[in-house]
Write a protein that binds this ligand. Structure first.
Ligand code: NAG
Ligand code: NAG
Ligand code: NAG
Ligand code: NAG
Ligand code: NAG
Ligand code: NAG
Ligand code: NAG
Ligand code: ZN
Length: 918
């Protein structure tokens, strides 16, 4: 699935103060999420149909197991579905279906288990289905059939055995609800020219194909799907494959799909319009959206970029795109960010549509990277699929990593290969540095229930997965990495794998290239995927000793999860020195190592983990720290890294907080985005916590001093704010400069306000709402309700949470769970935005507590959008009990406590930095 609900970027760009608060909120929430995840194997869900299983007893009957038996394998399906886009007499939206599944018996059995959820079946005699033998095989009569609700099966018992190697077909007719629950076959609504429109669409991943028709709903149960949709005149029907030409308008049959997993199916019935092009290699590319959005050109950017990115991946994998078309469709209601259905990729509108007049460059980057992420899956994930969900990290971590390569090809001047560090890596380090984190890889048998699968969609899976694969690609070189990747994909196409299959192919490529590693790819990578966390590497540049230790943000909280490797890693350490510019590599393979080359000469400094290629933090002897503090000729990512490492080492009580603060003193000479962004988000904790204390004034003064040169720089390069900087990261940093200047009351900061370029809209809206009262709020609310551009609606939605009036925030919280006012897909975004406002934070917690059951049942169960509340920018709904509510505050509490303990030192430091020297 595409990265879901990207809270951090929109909020961060919205407003620095808000962003600052958001960081700690997101971290706090992620913490809790991670804790929940680690326990989810034993936590009972409140779903009454899934009785608590705290004392796991081994289920006796096959239909009590969540995994399918290995006796039957699907070959093909022939499914006809008819959605009604108007309610029936009972006010219910429904769809009707008929399905035939052809399957092969591989082990004799008298039992048929096939997934089915929330479908009502037509009976044939006494039973839910009809069974026929194929090629002369006789079908044994049925003796019983029923729906096993907890494990989501249609169960059919037979009077005698199905024969191994024989083929059979099972026919069913059924009715399902076309609900607005964002899962399975569901409906989405919007208004066009004053008319309400209804469309039918799908979200199958991970386990909702079974809500659309009975199927063997596991990723390894690949089959060919023949689909027919019967739909109203005036609507179009889309699916994974192209339709046959010249058909009756109201009935569309699709060409058979490739052999594929059920979770990658998609079909849509809608009144959308499209634009199209043909890629260099002859692939038909179409962008579908609301007619108005297409007419306004909102799909043009996506159309411009899809072809090149597709071609990039054809080269990167060295395998042609496996299908003949790529449809991408923007849906008004969609739980995740996007979904990589093979040939018909579904998106929420903000992830596909772009409008230059209101979308910021951040919105544009989001569209670009989500498209690249989904296209990357067309091979890695779709053509070759991991056998079971426990390997989701490989699928999603990989797509996340290479999305930056594909996006970089689409916009080569944007520095996206660097931005992965800030967008993915530093954030997830904060989650993974907690005692409650969890390893990337999980055992197959530990993931059984749909909730456990859903809970895997977290930031560890996406972002840490991306970080460790990037590290691997760096130490074996990108060239060797892609060679191994190609042979892995080529050998396993149309089939399923486990992660070790990838290691095997990479090892072959490493051996062929003669690359020297201290251990095999598998042995090295096991340390990174089978144990949680990562090390802090300490380099003593006086002695040349290098040591490692499990890095924990809270050194006092016990780690009760044992590690097979005692929390030691095999660490690829890249490093460079001022005097010897070329980058070098050193492998730390044990707890302690030594490298005399790392001893500093006079006036030398050493910096390690170049461009943050490795997933670890670095500490040095104090002498080297002192030297680093005065240098600005360090590579830009490392200037950002030094700040982030120092603040995190300070939080972990490994270095003094004043050292961390001192890493920000060079900012008055810094114009690059990454160091500034890193500094602002780390200083953000203080800004939030010191609000209303005397430290605030001192901090303001310091920030003012630091940001003034940056503000002047941007004033300069934008010719007194009359144009937008050309450089992508400059555009981000301009927003940082203006927001920080306004907070710290730099003279002239209000100047840009009479002219509102798209990048600044969020900041300006937020400030207007903050300064205004109910009238301004209501005005912005009506703008939000009438917005026809999703990016604009999203900016207004987050600006509405900037108000300082508690009653408005409380009213907005109520709106968030009213689907007439806020779409279900946006509920979590709204609540997280409100929680990111210091005034809203306690209100949001109270609200979540009071409405927990509703949130879980109506927003958490089927769709994934509420997962956003938990991990900030990931979806996942492993949040299933009230325990988490107790913990919600505790993560923020430990951060608060740390800031509090350091208050005086920090205050003194800010004062010393800003008072005129004597
Ligand atoms: C699918 O089923 C329909 C009717 O049940 C039939 O007309 C059609 O030929 C079948 N298609 C395939 C590919 O078996
Ligand atoms: C399925 O049957 C249940 C129980 O009779 C009923 O409440 C529900 O509305 C039915 N669903 C549809 C889509 O007909
Ligand atoms: C189109 O199909 C529908 C339903 O299958 C049928 O009722 C109608 O007569 C068909 N129209 C034409 C022009 O074939
Ligand atoms: C798409 O590409 C065309 C042709 O290069 C260009 O004129 C247009 O501005 C692009 N549109 C967007 C939204 O990037
Ligand atoms: C940190 O440094 C400051 C000033 O240099 C000093 O007052 C303080 O005691 C130090 N804190 C710790 C924990 O070493
Ligand atoms: C844009 O800015 C980044 C960082 O400031 C810099 O590294 C890059 O070279 C710049 N790109 C262009 C095209 O000027
Ligand atoms: C910016 O404004 C200043 C003062 O108003 C003026 O001196 C300067 O020429 C202006 N610069 C540009 C590029 O317009
Ligand atoms: Zn994905």
């Amino acid at each position: 699935m595409g990265k879901g609900f990207y809270i951090s970027k929109p909020v961060a760009i919205a407003c620095v103060v808000i962003a600052i608060a958001a960081v700690s909120t997101i971290i706090a929430l992620s913490v809790v999420y991670a804790q929940e995840k680690s326990k989810s194997e034993v936590i009972p869900t409140p779903d009454p149909s899934n009785p608590p299983s705290t004392t796991p007893s081994v289920p006796k009957e096959p239909w009590q197991h969540y995994r399918l038996p290995d006796s039957l394998l699907p070959v093909s399906y022939n499914v006809t579905l008819q959605p009604w886009l108007v309610p029936d007499a009972d006010g219910l939206y429904i769809f009707k279906g008929q399905s035939t599944v052809v399957f092969r018996c591989v082990k004799e059995t008298d039992l048929i288990l096939i997934h089915s959820n929330k479908l009502n079946f037509t009976f044939f005699g006494k039973y839910h289905a009809e069974l026929r033998g194929l090629n002369g095989a006789a079908a044994p009569p049925m003796t019983n059939s029923w729906l096993e609700v907890p494990t989501q099966y249609l169960v059919i018992q037979l009077s005698s055995m199905l024969k191994a190697e024989s083929m059979y077909e099972l026919y069913t007719e059924f009715v399902g609800e076309l609900a607005d629950d964002l899962g399975g076959f569901y409906r989405s609504e919007y208004t066009e020219d004053g008319v309400k429109k209804v469309l039918a669409t799908t979200q199958m991943q991970p386990t909702d194909a079974r809500k659309a028709f009975p199927c063997f709903d596991e990723p390894a149960m690949k089959a060919v799907f023949h689909l027919t949709l019967i739909h109203p005149h005036g609507t179009v029907a889309l699916s994974n494959s192209l339709n046959y030409e010249g058909q009756n308008l109201t009935q569309t049959s699709f060409r058979p799909t490739e052999v594929m997993s059920s979770y990658l199916l998609a079909f849509v019935v809608c009144e959308f319009d499209y634009i199209s092009s043909v890629s260099d290699t002859g692939v038909l590319i179409r962008i579908w959206a609301r007619r108005k959005a297409i007419a306004e050109g909102q799909g043009n950017y996506a159309l411009n970029k899809t072809g090149p990115i597709l071609s990039f991946f054809e080269d990167y994998y060295d395998i042609p795109y496996p299908l003949n078309k790529s449809d991408q469709i923007a849906l008004p209601d969609f739980s995740a960010g996007a979904m990589e259905n093979w040939g018909l990729i579904t998106y929420r509108e903000t992830a596909l549509l772009y409008n230059p007049s209101v979308s910021s460059n951040g919105d544009k980057e989001w569209v670009l990277t989500v498209i690249a992420h989904e296209l990357a899956h067309m091979w890695f994930g779709n053509l070759v699929t991991t056998r079971w969900w426990n390997d989701l990290w490989l699928n999603e971590g990989f797509a996340t990593y290479v999305s930056y390569l594909g996006a970089n090809y689409g916009e080569p001047t944007w520095n996206l290969k660097d931005l992965i560090v800030i967008n993915e890596i530093t954030g997830v380090m904060n989650v993974d540095a907690l005692a409650s984190s969890h390893p990337l890889s999980t055992k197959e048998e530990e993931i059984q229930r749909p909730e456990q699968i859903t809970a895997l969609f977290d930031s560890i899976t996406y972002s840490k997965g991306a970080a460790v694969l990037r590290m691997l690609s760096e130490f074996i070189t990108e060239e060797v990495f892609t060679k191994g990747l190609h042979s892995y994909l080529d050998e396993h196409k149309y089939s399923n794998t486990v992660y070790k299959d990838l290691w095997e192919h990479l090892q072959m490529a490493v051996d062929a290239a003669g690359i020297n590693l201290p251990e095999s790819v598998e042995v090295i990578m096991n340390r990174w995927i089978l144990q949680m966390g990562f090390p802090v590497v300490t380099i003593n540049t006086q002695t040349g000793t290098v040591t490692q230790k499990h890095f924990l943000l809270d050194p006092d909280s016990p780690v009760d999860r044992p590690s097979p490797f005692n929390y030691e890693w095999i660490v690829p350490i890249t490093w460079m020195k001022s005097s010897s510019a070329p980058e070098k590599q050193y492998w730390l393979v044990e707890k302690e190592g030594s490298n005399p080359e790392m001893i500093n000469g006079a006036n030398e400094w050493l910096v390690a983990n170049i461009n943050m290629k490795g997933f670890y933090r670095v500490n040095y002897d104090s002498e080297n720290w002192e030297r680093l503090l005065t240098k600005v000729d360090v590579p830009v990512i490392n200037r950002a890294q030094i700040i982030d490492d120092a603040f995190n080492l300070a939080r972990a009580k490994i270095v003094n907080i004043t050292l961390a603060l001192r890493t920000t003193t060079f900012l008055n000479k810094e114009v690059e985005y990454m160091p500034w962004e890193m500094a602002l988000s780390n200083l953000g904790y203080f800004y939030l916590m010191f609000d209303r204390s005397e430290v605030y004034g001192a901090m303001q003064a310091y920030l003012k001093k630091q940001v003034t040169p940056l503000f002047e720089h941007f004033k300069d390069i934008t010719a007194n704010w009359t144009k937008i900087p050309e450089n992508h990261t400059d555009q981000y940093n301009q927003v940082n400069a203006i927001s920080t200047a306004c907070i710290s009351e730099v003279k002239g900061c209000k100047e840009p306000h009479h002219w509102i370029p798209a990048n600044l809209r969020s900041t300006v809206y937020c400030n207007a709402i903050k300064a205004g009262g109910v009238e301004e709020w209501d005005f912005a609310w009506s703008m939000y309700k009438n917005a026809t551009i999703a990016a604009e609606a999203e900016k207004l939605m987050s600006a509405l949470s900037c108000t300082t009036q508690p009653w408005l925030l409380n009213r907005y919280l109520k709106y968030s769970l009213d689907p007439e006012k806020i779409r279900k897909q946006d509920a979590s975004y709204t609540i997280v935005s409100i929680a990111s406002n210091p005034i809203g934070q306690p209100l949001a917690w109270d609200f979540i507590r009071a409405n927990w059951d509703r949130i879980y049942n109506e927003y958490g169960g089927g769709g994934m959008s509420f997962g956003g509340l938990i991990s900030g920018y990931q979806q996942g709904t492993g949040i299933s009990n009230t325990n988490m509510l107790k913990q919600l505050g505790s993560a923020t509490a430990s951060l608060e406590q740390w800031v509090d303990e350091n208050k005086q030192v920090v205050f003194d430091w800010f004062l010393s930095e800003t008072s005129p020297s004597l």
